[in-house]
Design a protein around this ligand. Structure first.
Ligand code: GCB
Length: 600
């Protein structure tokens, strides 16, 4: 799926701005054939939740309605016009001038629909009904229930089966773009790097729609100068003296595609891409043939007022803070991030582990690992959850969207699923097969493993290319006891290395809640001293293991969650506060990471 761009044959209109907004109390039915019965407004794109003074709106579970009116300039009306949602969280029904034109389920991937047949000459009314309901069929997974109030009205409840606030709404840009009637529908770029010759063969596949009899692909360098070109819809182009896309030293080429009929150019699109090689070999994660060391974060799309809505200034700041600390990577925990963030990472050379929204795939929780160690331990997860279809769909959508991004180095198929429970292998095997088959660049795949999934209990670890561990020794297990934590960290890493000598191992989460400004003479948990000691302890152990390929801590910044006795206005494991002020530990991590090379 192509990102909407203005090109010589295409125009993009942005529908950002104030839209009418209301929650649906399901008392009086709302008729999308009529204007939305409200004068209240909300800003799009952003989560709706934190734009209100009303607790009822903020915490609403069920359906909400959005509406805007727009015109299309006459000269554009002859073009094919496509309405495109960067995302709509979590399920959307789209109406144009009262007619339903699209439906999409899954809150973190784009979808689009042609609108020419539904447009009026002026004052088009675009209405969107959204659901933020999460249950055992959706990703993420929610615990869903219903009740009735004193007046007999239905109340819906979603209890997140995960540790972040269920922000929802039109959180990413809504755009209309034009193409000619016959057009380029997709471009797939697969670079094959020949490191010894400093050259690359880049396969560019162009999918088109309509009557097209000519395709031209020109590769431009970063200065816009043509390097090589070809004239078929599936062409492999050779680049000598190739500039590699390197972590923190990005170089982007552009595949400029034109399609024609009878010699006349009809449609043009330019797809940026990087040339780089990713391999997992001999327990190492190789980028361009060199062993890469991940330094960075698990993150969230989370900021004040915007909620999970796109916030480009914050994205730019986050990347700058990462680079300043010597970090080189992050994981899109726990859902695909905006396309704008992915494009930014391409340019900045940030290495991304691209995660699906498969979080909360677990119905029991606890750290009593001994009970899980029998060969056939089974809880109810894989009989109760019905997420396989949604999971397959989102793997297809995320790969379709992100396949050409240089920054994407690995797919994370899930976060902390019950991979210790019988039935997990049968659930995950087809999903890993699917991802490997669909990805044209054949990137490595992983999932991040929960503490109860140990070398003894994890049924699925054979499926991953990189062992990615989320571990909280010294926090959730043995809170405050860093001596024990050090030994437990070491023992487990030793066990994994012995059992899987060919697989690289990394940490994709480790951290400690820390209240900024809280200090302790006794290095108590929640103090800034404890957070620093915790990271020093973990770093010491990591450095003992040659096959350890990276540290991505939890979390880049404090973030909003549902209420809970362990959450004081959210999760405080950030090394930055929610407003991106540094906690004390940032200095230590900066000193450490600026000394650790990206390769070696
Ligand atoms: C985890 C989850 C993450 C939580 C984190 C925590 O294991 O993957 O979503 O926020 O622990 O802080 O509890």
């Amino acid at each position: 799926m192509l990102y909407p761009l203005t090109t010589p044959s295409r125009t993009v209109l942005d529908l950002s701005g104030l839209w009418k907004f209301m929650i649906d109390e399901e008392i009086t039915p709302i008729d999308p054939k009529r204007p939305l019965p409200t004068e209240d407004v909300i800003s799009v794109p952003a989560s709706f939740n934190d734009q209100t003074a009303s607790k009822k709106i903020r915490e609403h579970n069920g359906f909400v309605w959005y509406e805007t009116n727009f015109d299309i300039a006459k000269p554009l009306r002859s073009q094919r016009l496509v309405l495109r949602f960067g995302s709509a969280t979590h399920e959307a029904w789209v109406y144009l001038n009262g007619q339903e034109i699209a439906h999409h389920k899954g809150g973190f991937t784009p979808f689009e629909v042609e609108i020419n047949d539904y447009l009026k000459d002026s004052d088009n009314r675009l209405t969107v009904k959204l659901s933020n309901i999460l249950d055992y069929t959706t990703l993420p997974v929610g615990n869903y229930s219903e009740s009735t109030d004193q007046d007999g009205h239905k109340l819906r409840h979603v209890d997140e089966n995960f540790d972040f606030f269920n922000y929802a709404g039109l959180q990413r840009p809504v755009k209309i773009y034009s193409t000619p009637a016959d057009y380029i529908s997709d471009i797939t770029v697969v670079p094959d790097v020949h490191l010894a010759e400093s050259s690359a063969d880049v396969q560019v596949k162009v999918a088109t729609h309509g009557e097209i009899d000519g395709v031209k692909v020109t590769i431009l360098d970063q200065d816009g100068q043509p390097v090589v070109s070809g004239t078929s819809a599936d062409t492999t182009l050779h680049i000598d003296h190739v500039h590699l896309w390197q972590p923190l030293n990005a170089y982007l080429y552009t595949a400029k595609v034109t399609v024609s009929r009878n010699g006349e150019v009809i449609d043009t699109y330019s797809e940026d891409f990087g040339v780089r090689k990713i391999e997992v070999k001999n327990a190492q994660f190789l980028i361009n043939g060199e062993p890469f060391y991940f330094k960075g974060f698990g993150k969230h799309e989370d900021s004040y007022v915007h909620g999970r809505g796109i916030n480009q200034p914050v994205n730019v700041l986050d990347i700058n803070l990462m680079k300043d600390m010597g970090a080189n990577s992050f994981r899109t925990s726990h859902y695909p991030y905006s396309e704008e963030m992915m494009r930014l990472c391409d340019r900045e050379g940030i290495v991304v582990i691209d995660e699906t929204p498969a979080v909360g795939l677990m119905v029991t929780f606890g750290f009593d690992v001994s009970m899980l160690e029998s060969d056939d331990y089974q809880d109810d997860t894989w009989t109760k959850l019905k997420t396989a279809d949604a999971h397959k769909q989102v793997i297809k959508e995320i790969i379709d969207r992100d396949k050409n991004h240089a920054c994407v180095a690995m797919w994370s198929i899930a976060n902390e699923a019950a991979t210790f429970s019988k039935g997990s292998y049968e659930y995950f095997k087809p999903l890993f097969d699917e991802a490997r088959q669909l990805d044209p660049q054949k990137r490595p795949c992983t999932y991040t493993s929960i503490m109860m999934a140990t070398p003894k209990t994890d049924n699925c670890i054979g499926l991953v290319d990189v062992i990615a561990l989320n571990r909280y020794y010294g926090w959730y297990v043995g809170n405050g006891d860093l001596k024990m934590a050090e030994q437990a960290t070491r023992d487990e890493l030793q066990e994994y290395s012995d059992k899987f000598p060919d697989k690289p191992i990394m940490y994709t989460e480790y951290g400690a809640d820390t209240i900024p400004g809280l200090h302790s003479n006794y290095d108590e948990p929640f103090s800034e001293e404890f957070q620093e000691d915790y990271y020093r302890m973990a770093s010491k152990v990591f450095d003992e293991f040659p096959h350890f390929v990276g540290e991505q801590l939890w979390n880049f910044a404090d973030f909003q969650t549902k209420f809970g006795i362990q959450r004081v206005q959210g999760n405080k494991k950030g090394i930055f506060t929610r407003s991106r002020e540094p906690k004390m530990v940032v200095r230590y991590l900066k000193a450490r990471w600026t000394k650790i090379p990206n390769f070696g």
